[in-house]
Design a protein around this ligand. Structure first.
Ligand SMILES: Cc1ncc(COP(=O)(O)O)c(C=O)c1O
Length: 372
């Protein structure tokens, strides 16, 4: 199926990258990085040019999310997956409760479960369903995922937690775009290769004073061995100085900073509004076509960052995507590999233009209808 399909030129998007991460990095950012010539790449992250870049990015995020001055913007190497372990080792005191609804939230739960001196509880729903986290008496950390990238569900709300409880949100694929008041979260963390249009390998963790105090309290308990690379005090000390503990990829910091600057020209509220319009377009398309359906049944949990759309089994989605990728027209819209569904999973990230999403929906329909 689709081997001989030829896309009409008017339906070809201006950029083929619709993947859910790594996501579209604007070509202008790459050009701007090249324009720094001999003054940034290949220089030390302990010297002013890179430190200034990190500072600008941290301050830009503070402005974008309207975060109080006593919150810390921590940065380090290793991405969100690294933080799963760093939080389990250095933030959870006795018990973490994880609200899980897909691959990434489960992965984080498994990190906590593997630590012998803490208890990890899992509250889960089947893949494809949304979950609303709550406070849990007796848990000192509540873990939830802003946007479950594997299935395309986002949180509909966040809970108010006890005075001694840390609310930690993995915002990797929804951070900056899915609605949430970051100043009501104790740890809001992400890798920058999704909405923030950068490369992988880095983490950003926005921490409330309460979360910082918890990190300091656990670090003072010398009975826990925590490797220096995962030591929160080392991370915080470096972040306060606009540095990372070990050597970062400067290009990643550069692209992230460019994206933060770009998003600040639009503003958090407007970015959410624009994302909602993209989501309405995609889910509306799925409702309209008889061979499509929204994978997420409960509308309040449908993500405005990652849209998952089931396709009738009569359509060979793998064959279609292979053809479109081969022709360099559309990249990265296959279902999450472990989900194993006949599905499109489409990024709605800030840099993906609504005009291109319109073309994409028309292109996919054109191809499918040419074969049905
Ligand atoms: C929700 C979520 N959490 C965590 C991760 C892991 O991020 P990283 O590969 O940067 O560690 C991902 C990656 O796709 C994700 O989507």
């Amino acid at each position: 199926m689709f081997e001989n399909y030829s896309a009409p030129s008017e339906l070809i998007p201006s950029d083929p990258r619709f993947g859910c991460g790594p996501s579209l990095i604007p070509v202008e950012f790459v050009q701007r990085l090249a324009d720094t010539g001999v003054h940034l790449l290949g220089t030390s992250h302990r010297k002013q040019p890179v430190k200034n870049l990190v500072k600008e990015m941290q301050e830009g995020l503070r402005k974008y999310f309207n975060i109080p001055n006593d919150y810390t913007i921590a940065v380090g190497n290793g991405g969100a997956t690294f933080l799963f372990d760093m939080i389990a080792l250095g933030i959870v005191e006795k018990k973490a409760t994880h609200f899980t609804c897909g691959e990434f939230s489960e992965k984080w739960y498994k990190s906590s479960k593997a630590v012998p001196w803490i208890e990890a509880e899992q509250v889960s729903v089947d893949f494809g369903k949304g979950i609303t986290p709550t406070n849990v008496a007796g848990s000192d950390l509540i873990a939830c995922t802003l946007n479950e990238t594997s299935t395309g569900v986002q949180l509909d709300s966040i809970p108010e937690v006890d005075a001694n409880t840390i609310l930690a949100v993995d915002a990797t694929s929804g951070g900056g775009q899915c609605p949430i008041d970051v100043s009501k979260v104790d740890m809001y963390f992400f890798s920058p290769q999704k909405v923030f249009a950068s490369e992988g390998g880095l983490f950003v963790c926005i921490m409330s004073p309460k979360a910082r105090a918890r990190a300091e309290k656990i670090a003072a308990d010398k009975s826990r061995y925590i490797p220096p690379i995962m030591d929160w005090l080392v991370c915080l000390d470096n972040s306060d100085k606009n540095q990372t503990y070990n050597t970062p990829a400067i290009a990643t910091l550069f692209f992230l900073n460019e994206q933060v600057k770009l998003m600040n020209t639009v503003g958090y509220a407007k970015v959410q509004e624009q994302s909602q319009k993209k989501a309405d377009l995609l889910y509306g398309w799925a409702d309209e076509k008889p061979y499509l359906s929204c994978y997420i049944q409960e509308p309040q949990y449908r993500s405005i960052a990652v849209a998952t759309i089931d396709v009738d089994d009569k359509v060979d989605v793998d064959g279609l995507l292979k053809k479109l990728e081969g022709d360099k027209i559309v990249y990265g819209i296959d279902a999450y590999r472990k989900l194993g569904r006949n599905q499109f999973r489409i990024g709605l990230f800030h840099n993906i233009k609504i005009e291109d999403l319109e073309k994409l929906t028309k292109l996919l329909s054109n191809a499918i209808e040419s074969e049905l």
